[in-house]
Write a protein that binds this ligand. Structure first.
Ligand code: NDP
Length: 308
């Protein structure tokens, strides 16, 4: 457990970083940076003792912000609405500003994504050495922005001598923000919207609950180095997306319409060896975690009394 540290977190209003922020705030001084588009979330964070600092990473410098942070978690992301120039510039410049401002920190953790890997067989377990390709038919700007930012992070880690970890996150899910893939899928099912799936087989992923993400963060900071440590950050289990949809349907009784096509929300599975060594295992099983996340976002939605 990390105690008595001064921690800066971006993206704390979102799915991935909020549980981390809440967990760390119990024993540390936590500062959350962001636009706080939803003032109620800012209020919840304040109530838990966190400091709020308004920062739009698309334009704001960090003047006036303390510089003596010991640990930084950078999870904020501009996914881009089709403008490649914008997504590369905003994410990499903001990250460079943040790393420069916090150059004295003990560790900087950048949350990257599995979307930077080149497509392989659907059930391939990606290692950190696998080929990269920032291509996505689903959300074209997103992996371009993430890969460009990984480059910026690697450069600043070395030039500043700032110990850094780049953690390529798999499918995250949990009680906050948009809830992650299981909750997104359930929203589609509730709306009667079709779910796009590959023409053959199914996508596989290594989903990780935000409780396990929060458990891993201090150890990912401990693994930070310059040049940066790179690690695939997913859960212990490999799960097929069609199996995930079937589980959600079984828990809630809501049917899903799977429609084969060429453009799907592609995800990929990980070889979790390096993550297990650096950050340890996971405690949540995906079946239990999905049940918990659905209940958090849609109270009363889980009608099944036993695991299916
Ligand atoms: P969310 O969409 O839930 O949250 C995004 C966060 O970024 C919000 O806190 C938002 O804060 C902040 N943000 C967005 N634009 C700006 C801006 N211009 N200035 C400051 N803050 C901004 O994202 P997730 O929690 O899902 O993702 C967190 C990280 O994890 C991202 O880096 C993402 O790439 C990565 N990731 C997520 C995965 C997942 O399954 N969710 C999978 C793989 C990687 P606010 O609106 O208050 O400013």
């Amino acid at each position: 457990m990390l105690t008595g540290k001064k921690i800066l977190i971006t993206g704390a209003t979102g799915l991935v970083a909020r549980t981390v922020a809440e967990t760390l705030a119990e024993h540390n001084e936590v500062w959350c940076l962001g636009r706080f588009s939803d003032p109620q979330v800012a209020e919840r964070l304040r109530e838990r003792g966190m400091r709020i600092w308004h920062w739009d990473m698309a334009r704001d410098p960090l003047d006036g912000l303390p510089e003596d942070f010991t640990h930084v978690l950078h999870a904020a992301v501009e996914r881009g609405g089709g403008d490649f120039e914008d997504v590369v510039a905003v994410n990499s410049v903001a990250t460079g500003r943040l790393m420069t401002h916090c150059r004295g920190a003990e560790a900087f953790l950048y949350v990257s994504t599995s979307a930077v890997y080149a497509p392989q067989a659907l059930d391939h377990l990606h290692t950190e050495a696998d080929p990269l390709a920032a291509a996505s038919a689903w959300l074209p700007t997103y992996p371009v922005g993430k890969l460009a930012t990984e480059g910026a992070v690697r450069a600043f880690a070395v030039t500043l001598g700032l110990p850094t970890t780049i953690a390529r996150l798999n499918v995250a899910y949990g009680p906050h923000g948009h809830g992650g893939l299981p909750v997104i899928l359930f929203r589609q099912m509730l709306a009667g919207e079709p779910i796009a799936v590959p023409r053959e087989g199914q996508h596989y992923c290594s989903p990780i609950h935000t409780d396990d993400i929060a458990r891993h963060v201090p150890r990912l900071w401990a693994a930070a180095k310059a040049p940066a440590t790179v690690v695939n950050w997913g859960g212990d289990e490999v799960v097929g997306v069609a199996d995930l949809v079937a589980h959600i349907g079984g828990l809630t009784g809501v049917p899903a319409e799977l429609v084969p096509g060429d453009v799907t929300r592609a995800v990929s599975a990980f070889d979790g060896s390096r993550r297990r060594t650096l950050a340890g295992g996971c405690e949540r099983t995906w079946r239990d975690g999905v049940r918990q996340a659905l209940e958090a976002h849609f109270p009363g939605s889980v009608t099944a009394t036993t695991e299916n």
